[in-house]
Write a protein that binds this ligand. Structure first.
Ligand code: ADP
Ligand code: MG
Ligand code: MG
Length: 637
């Protein structure tokens, strides 16, 4: 998303009246776009990361940490360089949902050279430095997934009261004041209000509390009948979390569809491996991830759509929130694994088919378009469907799914892309760079070796829930495809792994994350596959060394030798002298936890249980000219 343009948001009543208009024109716009760009060929691999950060304010005297609501101010400064020289900057900065959040991406996407893996971490470090320079003493920029005491009294700096009874409040939350929503653009408050109004009530998020020896039930604020629930009631609890995303450009639409499908089964695996958010509203919970929180935090479905009362006003019962794991594969190979019935308006689907779009893509788009627009600006209502794509993007960009299939923007040099969206953000640039490089390498291996990771969508859904359980990376098992290389014959002698009767159940089994990443007798493991790919590639010594460190981190997290961020956070709380075994993360515990995290992120103290011991990479600011010429380097030792 580029710099957000200003505009006048419509009320929910007005937006609702225009819902069919947006749907109809959004679909027309996609048809035109597809017609123009379906045959686009020859784009090269480009890719980039998105890192989200929270501004934290420490008060060392009172031992408290709050989120600092200065993101708009900081962002204005950060954007100055870009406005002066849009193509010359090393980083781009965008607003995010929280008034305490910023999002940073590299100034330009990376390309296809292996040496690019060696500049990712340095660029992340540069971004962190850029923000740091703009902060007053006592404030720190932190890449943490959830602020542990978000929603507790006084969690913002400056402090604001919540106004649940004020009709003009966007969130009307008991816990999350509107001032904590990014003020610099109307999009965020508008989304908050419209999602609440469409739903007919506030969003309703309940997480099981982690029950310790002295945990008091009912948990304060828990809803009737759910004494062990930590209750959250605002979009900010989810959209106010930080994540790590990746976008890749494919050479054409077919490759983009393949990548979209093949990365889908990896989403829950990477969610479990990157788990980093066990604390919500000051309570330790049974969950290690933000995913279900964020999903429920923007769940605009009505009671009818959720299936709680019979359908009267609404058209469909809808299984999932608009923020969730994807519902269907897009490639012909994926079709037989689309085992969850897809809901869509038949006439929208038919229009797409008549517009020349194949079944799989047509049902994907039609399914995205079961959602109403929840943010519409008066300037954007009337559009030229042959050229504009705003109505399409309106619905596309508010279907927040694990993967996103991104068509080329109008009049640009950008090709078909896919976005990988499940990962939680990690504390250090080293870890974030490791995850990013691991996933990009995996895409290369998938394409080069024509790997197949597909399993039924219902099993991916199942894995998404497993991934969020406390300590899932170490204790859960996940459905995973037995033979991604397709080399082994199945027992029925069928070499492509398909049983005759169309039943796929012999193709996958339950595996641990360790087995998936590191392999076992009957399964090669993702890192060994990457290593085998790398062994045939020219790579310079520094890049080689850096990649080694990244893969090692991934392997050790997977084997359980190293902790996930979520487990590390849990340990810090459970062993804190002030912790009363009551699941409560007090202001002091929060302060000490974040202070220690700050010291680790800045490299002031080691944290071998999280990062391992040899995590020094040879990351550089730019690719040295000699390496641009593909010189082969010596392996690092
Ligand atoms: P989003 O739609 O998620 O906001 P952004 O526009 O913020 O996406 O970009 C996400 C990432 O895509 C950034 O890291 C950026 O560097 C990268 N990117 C930019 N151009 C391309 C491209 N042509 N191909 C792949 N990735 C790209
Ligand atoms: Mg973005
Ligand atoms: Mg993104």
């Amino acid at each position: 998303m580029g710099l957000l343009t200003e505009g006048s948001p419509l009320s929910w009543e007005e937006t609702k009246k225009l819902s069919k208009h947006v749907q109809q024109h959004g679909i027309e716009q996609f048809i035109h776009l597809y017609e123009r760009l379906r045959d686009r060929q020859g784009d090269i691999l480009k890719w980039g990361d998105e890192v989200e950060y929270i501004l934290v304010k420490f008060d060392d005297e009172n031992k408290t940490a709050q989120v600092s609501l200065r993101a708009a101010e900081v962002l204005a400064k950060l954007n100055e360089k870009e406005m002066a020289d849009p193509n010359g900057v090393k980083s781009l900065w965008r607003p995010e949902y929280g008034a305490y959040m910023v999002e940073g991406t590299p100034g330009k996407p990376y390309g296809g050279l292996l040496a690019h893996f060696n500049v990712v971490e340095a660029n992340m470090r540069y971004r962190r430095q850029e923000v740091t320079e703009l902060l007053p003493a006592g404030e720190t920029v932190m890449s943490i997934t959830s602020f542990p005491r978000l929603g507790t009294i006084g969690f913002t700096y400056p402090i604001h009261q919540t106004t649940p009874d004020d009709e003009n409040s966007s969130a009307r939350s008991l816990y999350f004041p509107d001032e904590a929503i990014f003020p610099g653009h109307p999009r965020f408050k508008t989304l908050t209000r419209n999602i609440r109004q469409r739903r007919g009530e506030k969003v309703d998020i309940n997480l099981k509390v982690f029950k310790d020896e002295n945990t008091k039930l009912p948990v304060e604020g828990s809803p009737p009948g759910q004494p062990d629930a930590v209750h959250l009631d605002a979009m900010g609890f989810g959209m106010g979390c930080c994540c790590l995303q990746l976008t890749f450009q494919a050479c054409n639409i077919t490759e983009a569809r393949t990548l979209y499908d093949q990365l889908t089964p990896l989403c829950p695996i990477m969610l479990a491996l990157s788990a980093a958010s066990p604390i919500h509203r000051g309570y330790l919970t049974e969950s290690d991830c933000r995913w279900n929180v964020i999903s429920a935090s923007v769940d605009c479905r009505t009671a009818e759509e959720r299936g709680e009362v019979p359908l009267r006003e609404n058209q469909f019962r809808i299984n999932k929130s608009r923020y969730d794991s994807i519902d269907s594969y897009l490639s012909p190979e994926g079709e037989r694994y689309n085992d969850v019935p897809l809901i869509y308006d038949e006439s929208n689907y038919q229009r797409l088919r008549d517009g020349g779009i194949d079944h799989l893509l047509a049902q994907h788009i039609a399914h995205l378009f079961i959602r109403d627009s929840v943010s519409l600006f008066s300037e954007k209502v009337h559009q030229n469907d042959k050229e504009d794509t705003d109505h399409f993007e309106n619905i596309q960009s508010t279907n927040w799914q694990t993967m996103r299939f991104k068509p080329p923007p109008p009049n640009s040099t950008i090709g078909w892309r896919v976005e990988f969206r499940p990962c939680e953000i990690q504390l250090t640039d080293f870890e974030n760079a490791a995850i990013v490089c691991f996933i990009v390498l995996l895409t290369r291996v998938i394409l080069s070796y024509k790997l197949n990771f597909l399993i039924p969508i219902s099993k991916v859904d199942d894995n998404m829930q497993r991934a969020q359980q406390r300590d899932a990376a170490r204790t859960q098992k996940f459905w995973f495809r037995k033979d991604p290389t397709g080399k082994k014959e199945t027992t029925d002698g069928n070499t492509n792994g398909l049983a005759e009767n169309g039943d796929a159940s012999s193709e996958y089994e339950l595996m641990t994350i360790d087995q998936i990443i590191n392999g076992k007798d009957s399964f090669p493991g993702l890192v060994p596959l990457i290593n085998s790919y790398l062994s045939s590639m020219d790579v310079d010594a520094d890049t080689h060394c850096t990649i080694r460190q990244y893969l090692k981190l991934i392997q050790q997290r997977a084997s359980g030798k190293l902790l996930t961020m979520a487990s590390w956070i849990r340990n810090e709380v459970l062993t804190h002298p002030e912790y009363k075994k009551d699941s409560i993360v007090t202001a002091t515990i929060n302060y000490d936890l974040l202070k220690k995290a700050k010291d680790i992120q800045e490299g002031n103290i080691p944290c071998p249980e999280l990062l391992g011991t040899s995590n020094r990479t040879r990351t550089t600011d730019s690719i040295p000219p000699a390496i641009e010429k593909h010189l082969r380097g010596k392996p690092c030792t």
